[in-house]
Design a protein around this ligand. Structure first.
Ligand code: ARG
Length: 276
């Protein structure tokens, strides 16, 4: 039986072109500064992603790239926006510290009121470690965001935050190991091997019907995906996810972000969602 197709809803995304993307330092196992980056190719791949969002009817806002911040293309890390309120980021590594202010400045310039912005006390790397469903905010820790940031997010957003411990350095951010497919229905996909036994048990309890990714698809960064409720944009090499996504009524859209993978990021890392 064919599943009923899902409905997408229009989204607003914040992205930053990889105009100054390079790998000159290494803060995750994917980054090898001896491997050259093809900048024109990185730009073309990023433009494909942006154009795909536009053609699906989504809005894409742009952040100005800063030549001193080569990881700025990974816009998901710069803040978390839920219900129009912005929890700013605070980066774990000094190489990325200044990105947090660039994001806050963007929100201020684009009409956000001061009372809707929160400058965090504890380290959190935005949507790298926060994932939003209707019932919960899922929050990663272990490599980047501090567990103390979970309480801070819960207090600011007034939503229950579920802390999840990441244990494999290749999956250093929650969004490398888990993706929300349908917020309204609390539907996710994830790679169990990236989580501690306790966190795996929590995920199994909250999401008994979740799509479980294989090690192979996780290693292709297949979970670093963005769903609009119907279309799931994901790295094209994560081919094992295509059939299970389709079986659930989603329409997977494979993207080639091979150059950005050299920085340890893919579709989701490049995309911050501005939730109204
Ligand atoms: N090089 C960046 C870092 O290690 C990649 C960030 C990827 N972003 C993400 N949302 N996972 O911080």
């Amino acid at each position: 039986m064919r599943p009923t197709p899902r409905e997408s809803s229009p989204r607003r995304y914040l992205m930053c072109p990889p105009a100054h993307f390079t790998v000159t330092y290494s803060i995750n196992p994917w980054m090898d500064p001896t491997k050259p980056v093809d900048l024109p190719l990185a730009l073309a791949q990023w433009e494909d992603l942006r154009d795909r969002y536009l053609s699906l009817g989504h809005t894409v806002e742009l952040l100005d790239p800063d030549p001193a911040l080569p990881d700025m293309v990974f816009a998901a890390n710069g803040a978390t926006v839920v219900g129009g309120r912005v929890l700013g980021a605070r980066f774990a590594h000094p190489e990325r510290t200044a990105e947090a202010d660039a994001h806050l400045a963007w929100f201020r310039r684009n009409g956000w009121a001061e009372e809707d912005l929160w400058i965090p006390e504890h380290v959190n790397e935005g949507e790298g470690d926060f994932a939003v469903t209707a019932s919960w905010i899922l929050a990663g820790t272990g490599f980047r965001s501090s567990p103390l940031s979970h309480g801070e997010a819960q207090e600011f957003f007034g939503r229950p935050v579920i802390g999840l411990e990441l244990v494999d350095p290749r999956y250093y951010h929650l969004d490398t190991a888990l993706c929300v497919l349908d917020e309204a229905g609390d539907e996710i996909m994830y790679y169990p091997g990236a989580f501690s036994p306790g966190s795996r048990a929590v995920l199994a309890r909250l999401f008994p019907g979740a799509l479980l990714a294989t090690e192979e698809d996780a290693a292709a960064l297949g979970l670093n995906a963005v769903s609009d409720g119907r279309h799931v944009l994901l790295p094209q090499t994560a081919t094992g996810l295509l059939a299970p996504l389709r079986a659930r009524g989603f329409e997977p859209v494979g993207m080639d972000l091979g150059e950005l993978l050299k920085g340890g990021g893919s579709v989701k890392c490049c995309t911050q969602e501005l939730r109204p």
